[in-house]
Design a protein around this ligand. Structure first.
Ligand SMILES: [Zn+2]
Ligand SMILES: [Zn+2]
Length: 191
């Protein structure tokens, strides 16, 4: 996460000045912020213009301001097995130190390791984005035991009769199979 200059007017940006750099002083916020670029992965993301609920605390510590709390929203995507649209609640824990620019931490680390306070502001957006991406399953499912799609007809097994199958559609083929004692297939040469 790289630190760029926060926009004071953004709903994602918190002003830490009320903490007065007094270690131990803290403030809690409940905020709602709109998503710009979709937050997530290709197959599952909180879409543009959806909202993220933020329940965060900022706390002054010796080296900077510690942010902790949770970010939650609803991701939209498609089931990796049956391709149905899914909506999944997502919630990420946040815990990040934003270092004072003149601190030892800032002098001894890169800002992509530990972000900095810039103009005493904290931009929560990149932090929330990173943490939400980390919570995303690589293969989201509509339900854990989704049966997926029938490879023959492309229908969802969940929408089909139990035992749905395309074995031996043609009765003539069935007769032939029975005659040669081959269940549902043709004999293959064995080299
Ligand atoms: Zn599914
Ligand atoms: Zn089928």
């Amino acid at each position: 996460m790289t630190t760029k200059r926060p926009n004071h007017a953004s709903p994602w940006v918190l002003d830490t000045r009320p903490l007065g750099r007094r270690p131990g002083s803290m403030k809690a916020y409940r905020l709602t912020a709109p998503v710009g670029d979709p937050m997530g992965i290709e197959v599952l993301a909180v879409p543009r213009d959806a909202e993220i609920d933020l329940d965060v605390r900022i706390e002054s510590v010796a080296e900077g301001v510690l942010v902790s709390g949770t970010a939650s929203g609803t991701a939209v995507g498609e089931c990796a097995r049956c391709l149905t649209e899914i909506r999944v609640p997502v919630s990420a824990d946040l815990r990040e130190l934003f270092a004072y620019p003149d601190s030892t931490t800032a002098a001894t680390t890169d800002d992509d390791e530990i972000p900095r306070l810039i103009d005493d502001l904290i931009d929560l957006e990149p932090l929330v984005r990173d943490e939400i991406v980390l919570t995303m399953p690589l293969a989201p499912l509509c339900r854990p035991d989704c049966a997926g799609l029938c490879v023959e007809c492309g229908e969802r097994f969940d929408d089909l009769e139990p035992g749905h199958s395309h074995e031996i559609l043609d009765p003539r083929w069935a007769d032939l199979a029975a005659k040669f004692g081959v269940p549902g297939g043709s004999p293959t040469a064995n080299n």
